[in-house]
Every structure is written in C-alpha cells, then in structure tokens.
Design a protein around this ligand. Structure first.
Ligand SMILES: Nc1nc2c(ncn2[C@@H]2O[C@H](COP(=O)(O)OP(=O)(O)OP(=O)(O)O)[C@@H](O)[C@H]2O)c(=O)[nH]1
Ligand SMILES: [Mg+2]
Length: 255
C-alpha cells in the first residue's frame, strides 16, 4: 500500500528584495556636500534646502542619518554641542528627487562661552534669514520636554524672516525620541507640542510628527511631509514598498 504524504502548506514567499527596492522614496544616494563655520563659507545655493533646527542633543544629526538610512553619514554624540557648523548633505531618492539636508548647530547648550553661543546664534539666524534656497525648517523638540522658550523664539524668528525673494519657509514640528515615551502617552505628547506652537498662517494647527531614530518610527511620515513642504514630489509610494524603519541606525542611545 502506498501512502501519500499530506502536502505541507507552503508559507507565502517573502516579498522579493527587488520588489521592495522599487520604493520611489528610497534614498539611493546620500553624501556630504560641505560644512560652513561662517555664512561666507556656505556653498552657493543651488536647490531647495531643508534645515534641521533644535536644541543641542535633541537628535537632529541622528534624524538625518535615519532619514537617509546611512548609519554614519552625520556625526552624532551624546555630548551636546556635537555639531558646530552648518553641514550640508545631499540625498537622492529613487524617483530622482534630490534634497539638500542642512544640519544646524544646536542651541540652548549652557556649557559654552558667551561668545561661542553668540557666534552660533548669528550663524543659525543668518542662515535662516538669508538663505535664498531655504524651503523648510524642521524644528525638532524632545517629545519628553515639549516646546521650550528657545524653540518658540526660533519659530517666531522663522516666521519673521520673510523675504520677498523667496517663497515662505515651511515650518514642520518633529517630536524626537518617542521611543522614550510610553506608547500610551505618545499621542498626548504630540498633541501637547502641537498645541503649544503658534498656529500656521490661516490658523491651522501645526501637527507634530513623532520620530525615533532608534526604531525608525515617523520616517515615512516625515518624508511625505518634507516632499509636500518643499513641493518636491508628494505622490505616495505603493503601500507595500520599503517599510519605514528597516535598516535603521541602531546605535544605543546615551540618554
Ligand atoms: N532614544 C533615542 N535617542 C536618540 C534619538 N535620536 C538621538 N538620540 C541620542 O541623542 C543623542 C544626541 O543625538 P544627536 O543626533 O547627536 O543630537 P543633535 O541634535 O545633533 O545634537 P547637537 O549636534 O549637539 O546639536 C545621541 O546620544 C543619540 O544617540 C532617538 O530617537 N531616540
Ligand atoms: Mg548634531
């Protein structure tokens, strides 16, 4: 007698890597462009720039690494004051859209001399006020601390920096380190950041995007927001392509 072995149900094959790589938002190329310790040494403005601003240690440089999925492109550190100049990076997505990402020195770091703080403040303000290609500012705040005085000053500064020669600079709020906030409190933390920020033109609430450079959460939302804000292609990629958070920078946070 012959027995037939029952067929084992076949597991669905994992999505082919090639299929995932068709994500039009995937960053296929990212590189350092230039660092500038003074306004005079900034490279010539060529295309729309997105600047990352916020207090020292809030996670600006880590966020850029996570956005472009390159572990060590931008130097990060648990010591506040790690980014001391304006650093420009270029990232090209699979669909050909090129972003200029600008990492600004952090503010609010008390263990610096008065003259150093003043020099950084004028560098940051000079860039924000005068950079003709500046399209959007991402203001990062620690989800656990919310918006502080320095952050509100920066918002008012950006809003006041109208320039007839450039279109209004978009301001986006990002609440960082949400992996440190209990899941059940994330929504409340984001709402608090949004509620504390001045309303956008027309009275609209500025919604904060929650972000973690550890888990990659918020990465995709941020790219969508960046594309909208810079008007550099906002079409959503297919839902199954390139999930956020893959290949993330998994360095251990120091705080
Ligand atoms: N848990 C957690 N830690 C983070 C996250 N993002 C950054 N960190 C940690 O926070 C510290 C500061 O990160 P950076 O990215 O260097 O901060 P920065 O805003 O660029 O700091 P400055 O250059 O000093 O202005 C580092 O120890 C990071 O590992 C995050 O999303 N979650
Ligand atoms: Mg930094």
């Amino acid at each position: 007698m012959t027995t037939r072995r029952a067929h084992k149900p076949q597991a669905a094959p994992p999505p082919a890597r090639a299929e995932r790589q068709l994500d039009p938002f995937q960053i296929v190329d990212a590189s350092f462009v230039a660092g500038a310790g003074s306004l005079a040494s900034l490279p010539p403005p060529v295309s729309a720039e997105v600047a990352f601003a916020g207090r020292s240690n809030v996670g600006k440089s880590s966020l850029i690494n996570t956005l472009v999925e390159r572990k060590g492109l931008v130097r990060t550190s648990s010591n506040p004051g790690s980014t001391r100049q304006i650093n420009l990076y270029e990232a090209r997505a699979r669909d050909g859209v090129v972003f200029q990402l600008v990492d600004l020195p952090g503010y609010g770091f008390t263990r610096r001399s008065k003259s150093e703080k003043a020099a950084w403040a004028s560098l940051i303000e000079g860039y924000l006020r005068g950079r003709i290609t500046l399209a959007a500012v991402l203001l990062l705040v620690d989800a656990r601390r919310g918006l502080e005085e320095d952050d509100l000053e920066l918002i008012h500064f950006v809003e006041a920096s109208h320039d007839v020669a450039r279109r209004p600079v978009e301001l986006l709020l990002v609440a960082t380190k949400i992996d440190k906030v209990p899941r059940s409190s994330v929504r409340r933390a984001l709402d608090q950041v949004s509620a504390a920020a001045p309303r956008a033109a027309g009275g609209a609430l500025r919604r904060a995007v929650g972000f973690s450079s550890i888990t990659g959460e918020g990465r995709r939302d941020l790219w969508l927001a960046l594309r909208r804000a810079t008007q550099l292609g906002g079409a959503a990629p297919p839902p199954d392509s390139g999930a956020a958070g893959e290949d993330e920078d998994r360095r251990t946070p120091d705080e």
